[in-house]
Design a protein around this ligand. Structure first.
Ligand code: FES
Length: 141
């Protein structure tokens, strides 16, 4: 069963950009907004070499990774051919311009395991059971 938590408003996310949402455990989530005001959420880690997708540029329903320019689908988290690999995606609900993520899904550490490389300590960062989320601009913006 989902436990929807409001994390920001649609307008808090830059058009063709992203915000980062800290999870209770593991790597942050990147919440993206495209030109049609659709909102998507992916683990903030590229399936190639772990680049921060929240710092990428959104086009259509994809984001270009800032490190090596792979195109990652926002709807499925998967790299566009000829590249291959997927990053976990998170369910998003938008109601009355409010963006919601599922707190239970955010707290699922296993979502990190699909990524190719975990940074040192990445799996233990954050506090278990802490349901407060910290919405931030991507690093360097
Ligand atoms: S780390 Fe994203 S394209 Fe290489």
């Amino acid at each position: 069963m989902s436990e929807w938590k409001v994390i920001c408003r649609v307008d808090d996310i830059p058009v063709l950009g992203a915000r980062r949402v800290a999870r209770p455990v593991g790597v942050d989530v990147a919440v993206f907004r495209n030109a049609e005001n659709q909102v998507f959420a992916l683990l903030d880690r590229c399936p190639h070499k772990g680049g921060p997708l929240s710092q990428g540029i959104v086009f259509g329903t994809s984001v270009a990774c800032p490190l090596h320019n792979w195109a990652i689908g926002l709807d499925d988290g998967c790299a566009k051919s000829p590249d291959a690999g997927c990053t976990p995606r998170f369910a998003v609900k938008v109601e009355d311009e409010r963006v919601m993520l599922d707190a239970r899904e955010l707290a699922t550490l296993a979502l990190d395991l699909a990524a190719p490389r975990a940074g040192p300590g990445a799996a233990t960062a954050g506090k278990l059971g802490d349901a407060s989320f910290d919405v931030q601009a991507p690093h360097g913006i």
